[in-house]
Structure formats: structure tokens, C-alpha cells
Design a binder for this molecule. Structure first.
Ligand code: HSE
Length: 312
């Protein structure tokens, strides 16, 4: 009989990766939330505590609660419930998958406590229900890399079809999080719903180029493909200092620079840890004059996704 309690670490993620709006994402090593789950004999989901963020405990208004409820509803014979305590280390509204870490962490841990009745594709679908509450759209480009680890592609939403993408060993990511809140739901409202064919051609050329560059470890191709001609021109207007940070990151050797998810965090990808440290320093220096407090992160890519704390 497996333990009825489990603590898991659920990583932060970068969605979109510039050209792949709503379809590409990667998991970050070293930043994430810790969640403690316990099976209960009473049916239903209870969120017992949330440390580190002011979020609702009501399971119908909490992304972890919604995702866990979706999983339990798919197991009508189980009859019990779950209690969830969350230690948030990822600031809500930061653009590095705060809600996804909670949704994905809840379903991954619950699935393991219940002896793994579901596979990862099904867990993505449950976690997406939480994302729908957080952003008004059930996108999977944060929850998929959180659950699978590494880099993922949502090839299709209907039917849901997730593919793992090769992640070169030396790939590193830098994040600068300006401490302003930008809600994903608001950052989606500013987007146009149709695009000119010429932009579509450029964008899907970049998506193909990025995937090919990752699989062949062609860093020149990765660098040329980290471009977003559709979403970034609009959303970057919501991020003070975006242009200056881009210039600084690229001058310091970044392969590419863009908005992390819906922002306000920005990201850069680099080849190697030294380049990541140099780009991170350059990003900080570029942002110092803006009068907005910020956090910096630089590190490798998380390749295993969510994990049980005792497995670490
Ligand atoms: N793909 C989503 C968006 C990610 O850009 O709106 C949100 O984190």
C-alpha cells in the first residue's frame, strides 16, 4: 500500500518560446512550487493552506482545486478525496507558469497517490481545466512542460496531442521578472484574432526552424528561429524596458530573447552556463534604470518535470 501523503516540486515554465504561441514551452530547473497532498476518506478537494501568495482556498476558484476535481470526477469509483497545501514560490501573474505549476503539480501528485490510473496526456487535460480558470483559455503550453519536463510541443488541441522536443544538454534559460503584475487574461485580450498570411508564413517557418534546430543541436538555427512577428509586437508594449533588455541580452550572447508566456517576465536562451550568467548580468544592468524591482534567474532546463520531494 502506497503512502497516503506526498510532497512534490512543480517547476516554473516558459510558454510560447517566442514563435510558438500556445504550442511550445519548456520547464525551468530550480524555480517552482512545493505542494503537499494527502488522500482523505471524505470525498472532494480541500485546499488547506496556501503560503507565499494571496489566492483563494475555495477549490472551485483555485486552479489546483479545479484540476484535482477534474481528475477525481474521472474516477467515480474512488469515493475519497484529497487535501492540498501549497507553498507558492512562483509569483502569480509573473509569466512563468504560476497557475500551471499548481494545476499540474496537483494532478501529478494525486495520480501518483492513487497508483497512477492516468498517463501524462490525461494529466495535461485535467491540468488545462485549471489553466482555463486562470487565463480564460485552456492552453497547455505551460502544463505540458511542467508534467513532461524539457521542451514540449502541443501539436494539436483537438484532439490533444503533445510531443516531446529534444533539448540540447547545454541549453540554459535566463528570466528577468519585473515586479509588475500582468494577468494572462488581460494579455490575451489585447491580441488580434486574425493575422495576415505573410506573418503566418514567417511564424510557422520559425516554429519549424526552432524544432529542427533543437533536434539537430544547430544553435545558429535555434537563434534565427527565436522570433515572434505576431504576438510580441503587441504585448511588448505592456513591458517597460523590453527593447533595452532585448538589446542587452543579444549583445551579451543570448541565442534569443522574448516574452515569457504572457509576461511581464522576459526570457533569454543561451548555450551554456557561462553565457547564461553573462546574459543575466546584462539584463539586470539594462533594467536597473527603470525603477521597477525585479528578480533574476539563470539556470539549466528541468528535464524530469514534476517530482516527488523524497525522490530528489
Ligand atoms: N500561451 C499563453 C499566452 C501562455 O501567451 O497567453 C500564458 O502563460
Amino acid at each position: 500500500m502506497k503512502s497516503k501523503q506526498l510532497s512534490v516540486f512543480s517547476p516554473a515554465t516558459i510558454a510560447n518560446l517566442s514563435c510558438g504561441f500556445d504550442v511550445l514551452g519548456l520547464a525551468l530547473d530550480g524555480i517552482g512550487d512545493t505542494m503537499h497532498l494527502e488522500l482523505t476518506t471524505e470525498p472532494g478537494v480541500v485546499i488547506s493552506s496556501i503560503q507565499g501568495a494571496d489566492l483563494p482556498l475555495d477549490p472551485d476558484r483555485n486552479v489546483a482545486g479545479i484540476a484535482a476535481t477534474a481528475l477525481l470526477e474521472a474516477l467515480p469509483d474512488y469515493g475519497g478525496g484529497v487535501r492540498i497545501a501549497i507553498e507558492k514560490r512562483i509569483a502569480p501573474g509573473s509569466g512563468i507558469g504560476s497557475s500551471a505549476a499548481s494545476s499540474a503539480g496537483a494532478v501529478w501528485a494525486l495520480n501518483r497517490l492513487l497508483d497512477e490510473p492516468f498517463g501524462l496526456p490525461e494529466l495535461v487535460a485535467f491540468a488545462m481545466k485549471g489553466e482555463a480558470l486562470a487565463s480564460g483559455a485552456a492552453h497547455a503550453d505551460n502544463v505540458a512542460p511542467a508534467l513532461y519536463g524539457g521542451i514540449t510541443l502541443v501539436r494539436s488541441y483537438d484532439p490533444l496531442d503533445i510531443a516531446r522536443v529534444h533539448c540540447p544538454e547545454s541549453l540554459h534559460a535566463c528570466i528577468l521578472h519585473p515586479q509588475i503584475e500582468l494577468k494572462t487574461s488581460d494579455a490575451r485580450k489585447v491580441l488580434r484574432t486574425s493575422i495576415p498570411l505573410s506573418k503566418g508564413i514567417r511564424q510557422w517557418g520559425n516554429v519549424g526552424g526552432l524544432i529542427t534546430g533543437l533536434f539537430t543541436e544547430d544553435f545558429g538555427l535555434i537563434s534565427r528561429s527565436l522570433e515572434d512577428c505576431i504576438i510580441e509586437p503587441i504585448r511588448s508594449l505592456l513591458i517597460p524596458g523590453f527593447g533595452q533588455m532585448r538589446e542587452a541580452a543579444l549583445a551579451a550572447g543570448a541565442l534569443g530573447f522574448g516574452i515569457s508566456g504572457s509576461g511581464p517576465s522576459v526570457f533569454a536562451l543561451t548555450r551554456g552556463a557561462d553565457a547564461a550568467a553573462a546574459v543575466s548580468t546584462a539584463l539586470g544592468k539594462a533594467y536597473d534604470g527603470f525603477g521597477i524591482p525585479y528578480d533574476l534567474h539563470a539556470g539549466p532546463i528541468n528535464r524530469r518535470g514534476i517530482y516527488a520531494v523524497e525522490d530528489n
